[in-house]
Write a protein that binds this ligand. Structure first.
Ligand code: ADE
Ligand code: ZN
Length: 326
């Protein structure tokens, strides 16, 4: 008999997407051409981004951001990214936004960038049926002082659209506690908290992030698997992991898809979700992630329903939004 539904029809929820990192290379190339900027060094002959390893990835990412010179560029970027996500069956997504790339940490400038991003989000909701919430994010390798600028921007604009606060960038720079002031300020402003940890760092980095930043979600978190007592603690606390398997394999954080700890983390009771991180940089999409999970781990309808429900439960949005999306 014909299946009445296919897991491919299950609406997808994505909690870990860097807005600039989701920029299609053709979009960045087009803006560079409009502005007469030469970005040929960051593109391969086939048009994709050119880089080698994580540190270089961060440099190429920042080079691509140079064409995003004002709110209008971010409005166009947001629309392009959400159109693509919606075409992957994503109905709800959260994006890491960087006040550093949106006005250099100045609150007044950031307000204008954020208004443009939110305007595009409302248009995408009408036109493509996808809901976006923003997560203002510290870039760790710029240091704690810049982090405080990001926190001040976030605190001033916390609300229905900007609901989250995060930490990304080079994980091995400094310790999570260096950002405690910023996370405390964001929490007091009502923002929900997440931080990248355990993508490159070990279980100690994950444990310090939970203790010092009091996050309710962790970006990646996969290296927690090296300490099962920590895994059990994460499960017991109900902390949600934003797992990005394709990103981890592409950047070499795990050796291959079959070695990815996602199924082990889920089996041990950790709330896991699946996202793309920076899809064009890692040659992935949400559909590709789901396809790989089916091929490599035999995930099917029940696993994908579980992932979507865990994603919605862990989403940094209000109950009315959750119900509308569900
Ligand atoms: N910024 C964009 N993608 C990132 C990743 N995977 N890890 C840390 N910082 C990032
Ligand atoms: Zn990330």
């Amino acid at each position: 008999t014909e299946p009445t539904s296919d897991w491919r029809d299950i609406p997808k929820v994505e909690l870990h997407l860097h807005l600039e990192g989701a920029a299609p290379p053709a979009f960045i190339r087009g803006l560079a051409a409009e502005k007469g900027m030469d970005l040929s060094a960051i593109f391969r002959p086939d048009g994709g981004y050119r880089y080698e390893g994580f540190e270089h990835f961060l440099q190429v990412y920042e080079a691509a951001c140079q064409v995003l010179t004002g709110p209008e560029e971010f409005r166009r970027l947001t629309l392009a990214v959400l159109e693509e996500s919606a075409s992957q069956g994503v109905v709800y997504t959260e994006a890491f936004l960087s006040p550093e790339f949106c006005g250099g940490g100045d609150v007044g400038a950031w307000r204008e960038y954020l208004a443009a991003i939110q305007d595009a989000a409302m248009q995408a909701e009408r036109d493509f049926g996808i809901t976006l919430r923003g997560c203002a994010t510290i870039i760790r390798h710029l240091g704690p002082d810049k982090g405080r600028d990001t926190a001040r921007c976030a605190v001033e604009t916390a609300g229905d659209f900007l609901t989250g606060f995060g930490l990304a960038g080079a994980e091995m720079m400094g310790r999570p506690g260096d950002y405690a002031w910023s996370f405390d300020a964001a929490r007091e402003a009502g923002l929900r908290l997440t931080a990248h940890a355990g993508e490159w760092g070990g279980p100690d980095m994950v444990a310090d992030t939970i203790r010092d930043l009091k996050v309710e979600r962790i970006g990646h978190g996969i290296n927690a698997i090296r300490d099962l007592a920590l895994v059990d603690d994460i499960a017991e606390k109900g902390i949600v992991l934003e797992v990005c398997p394709g990103s981890n394999v592409f950047l070499g954080a795990v050796p291959s898809w079959k070695d990815h700890p996602l199924p082990k983390l889920m089996a041990r009771g950790v709330k896991c979700t699946v996202s793309t991180d920076d899809p064009p940089f890692f040659h992935t999409t949400m559909s590709n992630e789901y396809d790989m999970l089916e091929q490599v781990f035999d995930f099917g309808e029940s696993e994908f329903r579980h992932l979507a429900e865990t994603g919605l439960a862990g989403a940094f949005c209000d109950e009315a939004t959750r119900e509308r999306v569900r």
